[in-house]
Design a protein around this ligand. Structure first.
Ligand SMILES: Cc1ncc(COP(=O)(O)OP(=O)(O)O)c(N)n1
Ligand SMILES: Cc1ncsc1CCOP(=O)(O)O
Ligand SMILES: [Mg+2]
Length: 529
């Protein structure tokens, strides 16, 4: 009997998809490269049709090599016929011929269209001449669902009169709308004498103004491309709503209303995203020119902190300091002062275990502690709170048996973060290994007041777990200067150190306690050898 073939898409998820038709920027701040990064940051797949290759950096544009029209057509056909993007976004279109080719393809495939009418690069280099202006006006703009000119582009599209006020921007938006696009967003980032950045949207009926705080930075190269890509990404994400409306063939008025909802929300989100990326990137240094790129994924600075992170080393577990804000408060010190003193006293890894600190305060303190830890090349872990670990880009987390399952934590945190799991039995230790943990914390070894209702495993329980564990082990619970020797002298190779809370932090001087405890640990490890 012939088996029926399963449809290829069964069980697969369709992801939102933007096609960008634009030029390549070798400096990767703008153009195709900005579009790819912006779409990735906004969670949308991005395919690319390259119209020109530019030699470009933070100083300016040194050269442009236009791609042959036929080859632009071929790229368009390859992507549109097979991958069916939800939205097409255009950037640099360097010849009237390329615009014609694009418009033909768009008529055939009927995708939603976001036009960033790139004419002059942010460095002032002209990327599109007067012939292109005519093609924009006559062919491309009438097909656009939204067009996003800056002040200079809006002025060029309308014959050259400068735009100097929000009133001018409104009139320009209306006049450009008359050319044919369904929505016009005139971006006022360059408006003189304005403390905030104002953009004006006109949808043919109403004007909307979007105000945001102006971010003082020279790292703005690619802002226009990024905003347009981000709008395209938002439209692609909302395209299920749009296509539902389109399919039902609802009368034009309702369809427009639906567009507007997607547009306005998408615009607000896009502007907010660009603002956050600019703000994050205001102090990064790439290139020596006047205008630098910014970091679309808002991650680059983590790697630029004083000390680079390194892979987890089990010997980091030797003296493991676990914070407790109640104790530190009692002794009149902040979390970061406590961490600094513990590290100066020799702590080899730090865990922030903050059971009653508000989330906002916890995050801020965690960022400060992370800077201290990075400076000293000491890993920083967060207890229980994967959200905090992600938000501050800590080195990892410590989780217990009733916290987030370790395999889920691993999926969320990725392969490079450190994950520690509390285990009281060999079975739990085995599971921790299967789930992808890096180490286990075993205890309470001795009774403790720090953690309520914690069952004590004793030295025997610790030894049993250490003997069975495939992962390195750190002992915890009631450990201090008086009993650390007994723990370390168990002499099981997987036992790499001790984790302590009150022995360091429920004391007057964290620095002294840390030094003394480290000395005792070192003495006992020497004794074992
Ligand atoms: C190193 C280390 N080991 C064990 C624990 C305890 O974690 P957990 O069982 O999740 O309990 P809480 O600390 O969250 O109360 C730990 N924190 N660190
Ligand atoms: C968090 C934790 N997990 C098991 S025992 C314990 C508390 C350890 O605190 P202390 O070092 O003050 O006994
Ligand atoms: Mg926990």
């Amino acid at each position: 009997m012939q088996q029926e073939e399963e449809p290829k898409h069964l069980g697969k998820v369709r992801v939102p998809h933007v096609l960008t038709v634009a030029g390549s920027d070798s400096g990767a701040g703008a153009g195709i490269q900005a579009d790819l990064k912006a779409c990735s940051a906004r969670g949308v797949y991005c395919s690319t049709v390259i119209t020109a290759v530019t030699a470009q950096n933070t100083v300016g544009v040194q050269g442009v090599n236009v791609v042959a029209e036929d080859f632009v057509r071929e790229q368009l056909k390859s992507v549109l016929s097979d991958m069916h993007p939800d939205v097409v976004k255009t950037g640099m279109l360097p010849s009237p011929g390329i615009i014609k080719v694009l418009c033909q393809s768009l008529k055939e495939f009927q995708e939603a269209l976001v036009v960033d009418p790139v004419m002059v690069s942010t460095s002032g280099d002209v990327l599109a001449g007067p012939l292109i202006l005519a093609s924009f006006r006559e062919e491309l703009l009438p097909m656009a669902d939204i067009v996003t000119p800056n002040l200079r582009e809006a002025s060029a599209l309308l014959g050259g009169a400068p735009l100097q006020t929000v009133g001018d921007m409104r009139s320009a938006a209306k006049s450009i709308h008359d050319i044919g696009p369904r929505n016009v967003l005139v971006k006022g980032g360059d408006l003189p004498e304005s403390s905030d950045a104002v953009d004006v949207l006109f949808d043919g009926k109403e004007f909307y103004e979007f105000h945001s705080t102006r971010i003082i930075t020279s790292n703005t190269h690619g802002t226009g491309c990024t905003l347009a890509s981000s709008i395209a990404a938002e439209l692609a994400r909302g395209s299920s709503v749009l296509s539902a409306v389109k399919h039902k063939d609802i009368e034009k008025g309702v369809q427009l209303k639906c567009w507007l909802i997607v547009d306005v929300i998408g615009l607000v989100q896009s502007k907010r995203y660009v603002g956050s990326a600019l703000d994050y990137s205001k102090d990064i240094l790439i290139g020596g020119g006047r205008q630098g790129p910014f970091d679309h994924l808002m991650k680059l600075k983590h790697n630029a902190l004083p000390c680079m992170r390194r892979p987890f080393d089990p010997s980091d577990l030797l003296m493991y300091a676990v914070t407790d804000s109640r104790m530190n408060k009692r002794w009149g010190r902040s979390m970061s002062d406590a961490v600094k003193a513990a590290i100066e006293g020799g702590a080899t890894i730090v865990q922030l275990r903050e059971k009653d600190t508000d989330t906002g305060d916890f995050l801020e303190a965690a960022k400060t502690c992370l800077e201290i830890c990075r400076r000293h090349n000491v890993p920083l872990l967060i207890n229980d709170r994967i959200d905090i670990a992600l938000a501050c880009d800590a080195d990892g987390v410590h989780i217990g048996q009733s916290d987030m399952p370790a395999c889920v934590a691993r999926t969320i945190l990725g392969p490079d973060k450190i994950i520690g799991i509390s285990c009281k039995t060999p079975q739990q230790a085995e599971k921790a290994w299967i789930d992808g943990a890096d180490y286990i914390g075993c205890g309470g070894v001795y009774p403790t007041n720090t953690k309520e209702n914690n069952i004590t495993v004793g030295l025997d329980g610790l030894k049993t777990v250490c003997l069975e564990s495939k992962l390195p082990v750190v002992a915890i619970g009631g450990i201090g200067i008086s009993n650390v020797r007994a723990v370390m002298e168990l002499g099981v190779p997987s036992l790499k150190g001790v984790a302590v809370v009150s022995a360091l932090f429920d004391r007057e001087c964290v620095l002294t306690e840390s030094r003394n405890l480290l000395r005792a640990i070192m003495d006992s490890t020497k004794a074992v050898k």
